[in-house]
Structures are given as C-alpha cells and as structure tokens.
Design a protein around this ligand. Sequence first.
Ligand code: AHR
Length: 482
Amino acid sequence: MNHIRIDLERTLGDIDRNIFGTFAEPVGRVIYGGIYDPDSLLADEDGLRTDLRAALKRLNFSVLRCPGGNFVSGYRWMDGIGSRHERPNRHELAWNAIESNQFGTNEFIKFCQKLNMEPYLVVNCGDGDMREAADWVEYCNGTGDSALVKLRREHGFEMPHKVKYWGIGNEVDGLWQIGYKTPEEYARAVTEFGKVMKRVDPDIKLIASAVSLWSGDIVERGQLMLEQAGDLIDYMALHWYVDNPENDFNKYMALSELFEERLSAYEGLIRAVSLDRGIKRCIPIAVDEWNVWHHPPEVDWFQNLEDALVIAMNLNAFIRHAHSVRMANISQIVNRRSPILTRQDGLLLQTIFYPFELYRRTCGQQALDVFWEGETFSGGEYTGVRTLDVSATLDESRNQLVVYVINRSETKAMETMISLADGQFSGSVQAYIINGPDVKAENTFDKPNEVGIRETTLKASGQSLTYSFEPHSVTALVCAIS
Ligand code: AHR
C-alpha cells in the first residue's frame, strides 16, 4: 500500500501563477500560421483564429515570453513597428528563414491583452546592443515627451504598454546562439544592459539567461552573474527539454529526479553565492523554456500519453519548489512541441494539453510539503524512485485541497491511503483522471480523443481516504476539507 501524508499547516509558500506561462517565437508555424494567421477563414481582425483562441482560453496562460528563443539573438525590434506595408523582410540567421516582421511589438501586446496574458519581452543580447534594448523599453513603457514615446503614440498606442518582464538574451551559454557569451562576458552584458533598461523604467523585472546546456560552467555562470548583477536582476532563467530517445519508459519516468536535482542545485547555488556575497534579495528561478522534445524538431508530431505524464511531473516539481520557481513557460504556445496543433481546417488538442489545463484550472494558492512512500522503480541512472509522483496545493478560502498524483507504473494500479495530519475530508472529492489505452496512445486528427480527462465524484470523510490510481495516469483529487 502506498501512503501520502499531508499536513495542511506545512506550507511551502504561495504558488506564483506565472508558473503557468508559455513562449512564442517566429519559428516553424508558431507565430506565422499559428497565433497570427490572417489568411485563415477562421481568423479575426487581428489574425487570430477563433478556434485557436478558444483552445488557448482553456489553457489560460498567465504570461507569454516572446520573441525568442534563438530568434531574438538576431532580432531588430524596430523592424516590427509602424505600417505593416513598410516593414522589411529580413534573412534571420537563427533558423535561416525570412522574417516578414508582420507580427511585431504592438501585435504581440494586443495578442496578450486578448488572452489576458502578461507580456514578457526578451531583448537581443546576441548581435544587439544596450541602446537598442533600452530604446525598446522606452518605446513600450515610456511616458515622457521623447521621440520614441511619440512614435508609439503615432502607431496608435497613446498609453504605455507597461511591459513588466524583460529578458536579457537567450541561451547565451550555447555555442549555437548568435552572440554566444562566456560567463564573464554575459555577466558584464547583463550588468550594462540591465542598468540602462532599469534607468528607463525602474519598475521592470529583469530575467537573466542562466543555464540551458547543463554541463561545464553552471556554477561559474551563476556565481559571476550574482556577484556582478545580483542587485539588478530579478530572475535567473533555466531551460530544459527532455525526451525518450531510447524508448525506455522507466528511464523517461525517472526524469522527475533530474528536475529535482536541477532545481535543488540551482536553489543551492543562489543561496550559497548570496550568503557569501551578502546579497540580501532572494532571486527566484524562471524555467522560461521547458517541455518534452522529439526529433526532428522541425516537423509537427503527435505527443503521447507518456509525454503527458512528464508534463505533469514538471508541474509537480514546480509546485514542490514553489518558493523558488516563480515563473515557468511551456515551449511553445502552438505548433511546436505544443499542447495545440493547428492545420488549415481545424486543430488538435495534444495529450499534453490535458495536464496543463487540469493543473491550471485546479491549482490552489499554496503549495504543501507532502510526505509519501510506497512502491519504487528504477529508471536510467536512478534507483528507488517512488512510483507515484505527488504534489498538493491548498486553497484556504475555498477549503479545498488538491492532490496531484502521477502513477508511473505501466501495468499496476496503485492502491494508496491519503491521510491528513490535521483537518478532515468533508464530503465531496472530485477525481479528474488523464489516461489512455497505453503509454504510447496519442491524439491524432483521425483519433483526437485517445487521451483526455475523465471526471468522477467520490465521498470522503474523516482523516483518510483510500484511492486506487490507474496505471500510467495523472490524477487530480479535488477535496473539500474542514
Ligand atoms: O524552441 C526552439 C528553441 O529551443 C529556442 O529558440 C531555444 O531557446 C531553445 O533551444
């Protein structure tokens, strides 16, 4: 028997809604032919398809990072403002494509407003300079009598966009990046870019690109960044993508341990350097690109049930690390490893759509420190991994506890006792279950409903509840408590 023990008073901190963010960059059909598709018969006046808009509303993303990604390291933001007819086509070198600049700053802001997402812009710290970066902040957020503010007004935007989140560069630790930077070069760049950007608007929050490669210089990069710009930056950004290249289910499922290692290590690094250098601000983590990844990334593919389990494992990790992970952006919003895949005549909700929608809809305000034990498995280099992956949240105002459980056994249901150290279950428990016929089940245009969410109602009272978690499933138990 597995056992989950929950003490409603052992909270880990508030959950930042920004962990339910996403990301968009002009690559493949993410923007052109995705969120901006004016030629579609379904498009509204801003080029957004009505079916896509409805699906995105269900995901209710809190924040949208744009325009990159690798793309941003060669991007000139001024190409994407003003009359659309006069915007230049550019050969962009990140993806070796032609960028038409039809979807620029103001289109992005309007799109965010339409879907109630906080905009998060990334400045070019590849082949761009700090003047360009500060100018972009001024164009978006300025209120004074300057030429750039006048320009925004001429473009039809009297009021400032008030863009709060600004990233400085993307994946600068990777040699693939236009303008790759050594740890020292990047720490210097962030210090200088950040200084002028915050002079333009002291209220903005700056996000430094910390780690994407995960080998070689993580410590040095983090240390230099904190030492030189610890009083300037507001988030350290981590990226990760995972996949199952060896088709080894257990190895794929054990990746929860890698997420834990990475988050714990990075939290520790920030704390150690902060202690050593007397940095009093607590700098949080933004996992501002994450997802499952299949090869080759250029083509659209169907995600399967095991991918959906991994998405839920990520969300559980973000909840368990709620005190440090204050933003996370699933990559990307549509048509590239995304929860939604469009084609001309309709769209498909991929398997990974469902865990994201479920967590977004049910997640409480506070993360709980859950203890659990029971059956274990081995996968890849990890042994003794608990078969269940668990997190829990509390919504005090609604007297609601939500327990999220991923059963990573391919074959066995997991009989589990959930007990409360204090408090009581008080009646209704709503169970939402994401599952499909087997771990390789995928939703396709021909069979769009192989994986989805089922809902059942149970009753529970007193201090414990026994539930059997289906094999290869994600379950949210939404419990009334007193
Ligand atoms: O999503 C595609 C790319 O993946 C992004 O441009 C980059 O940041 C990451 O490596």
